[in-house]
Design a protein. Structure first.
Lengths: 236, 99
């Protein structure tokens, strides 16, 4: 990371709750200034945390927020594209609008934030971008076709962006969490969840700390030679 | 406005060229391609830097690589002059987030 006295600015989408909230608080504790973005207001505050309300797929809003961050803080060092939605349903019962919403939040949202953050990162010739994939893709999880497909696209996006951003010393990687106790899996029946976890090499639910361990690795300045990689938790 | 934009783009192009150890684009010359001043990656860096410079100088948030720009038969990014025309048109349209 370029030497600078100011705390590194880390943008985290979907920071209002769940993994995003945990990561936001984790990086504030580590001395980052965290910019959180969610569709709704956060019901928590912290010194070193600034919250913006926006839909991650709203292009003008994404541009406005990231340019404001750059103007206020002079840099964007890290981006964690955590915002994501899922919809458990059989393909035959899935409306097009559901698929469109999933693709917009999971794929387009990640794309827009990466594109605009990378513009600021290019200027300083340094940056770290972490996207979120899922084990639902390699496990071919029935009932999550649109979600798994959207995250497969995120892996592909990660791999290509890694090559396009490499000349600017910006790395792009992704993490594929196993099921974790969040709103995203609350609607999944317990027996289905048990069968899913049993397919992992390490058959247990993931924790927020498991996710932070991987994002720490990807964001580390020492990880300058790690790009275009996807790490699945749980040995999937 | 065009003169101010021309000065701005020329200045940014010179800074980018210097940072990349390349010669700055010559007046009327191509920005990229076989006979161009920059390779594709340097052109990307130039467009990003010009967007930021326009924002600082004119207070306008533009996305220069918008749908209109990318669908034109002749790229607006082929020379300093065409890039200046493109920025001027975007500023006049007053569509800061058009993309």
């Amino acid at each position: 990371m370029p030497h600078d006295d100011a705390p590194p600015v880390t943008v985290i989408t979907g920071s209002r709750k769940g993994i995003g909230m945990f990561l936001a608080q984790h990086y504030v504790k580590r001395g980052h200034h965290v910019i959180g973005v969610s569709r709704g207001a956060a019901d928590w505050t912290l010194d070193g945390y600034t919250h913006f309300e926006a839909d991650v797929a709203d292009e003008p809003a994404v541009i406005r927020i990231l340019r404001e961050v750059r103007a206020r803080f002079g840099m964007i060092v890290n981006l964690i594209n955590n915002a994501g939605i899922a919809s458990m349903n059989h393909v035959l019962l899935t409306p097009a609008k559901t698929v469109r919403n999933i693709l917009e939040t999971n794929l387009l949202g990640s794309f827009l934030f990466a594109r605009e953050a990378a513009k600021a990162m290019c200027e300083r010739k340094y940056g770290r971008i972490v996207n979120f994939s899922t084990v639902a893709t390699p496990l071919k999880l029935e009932g999550e076709a649109a979600y798994a497909a959207s995250k497969a696209a995120v892996v592909s996006l990660t791999e290509v962006m890694a090559r396009e951003f490499a000349p600017f010393n910006v790395t792009v990687n992704s993490i594929g969490p196993t099921p974790i106790e969040t709103d995203l899996i609350r609607a999944v029946p317990a027996d289905k969840m048990k069968r899913l976890v049993a397919r992992q090499a390490i058959p247990r639910l993931g924790t927020f700390e498991d996710v932070a361990n991987v994002t720490d690795f990807f964001l580390a300045p020492e990880s300058s030679f790690i790009t275009g990689q996807n790490i699945y938790l749980g040995g999937v | 406005m065009r003169e101010a934009l021309h000065t701005l783009v020329t200045k940014v192009a010179a800074l980018i060229a210097e940072a990349e150890n390349k010669a700055p684009p010559v007046p009327g010359g191509l920005l990229y391609g076989a006979d161009g001043a920059f390779d594709s990656i340097t052109l990307v860096a130039l467009i990003v830097a010009v967007e930021q410079a326009v924002e600082q100088e004119f207070g306008a948030v533009l996305v220069l690589a918008d749908e209109k720009a990318m669908s034109q038969r002749k790229s607006p990014f082929r020379s300093v002059e065409t890039l200046v025309e493109h920025i001027e048109a975007r500023l006049k349209e007053n569509k800061p987030h058009a993309a």
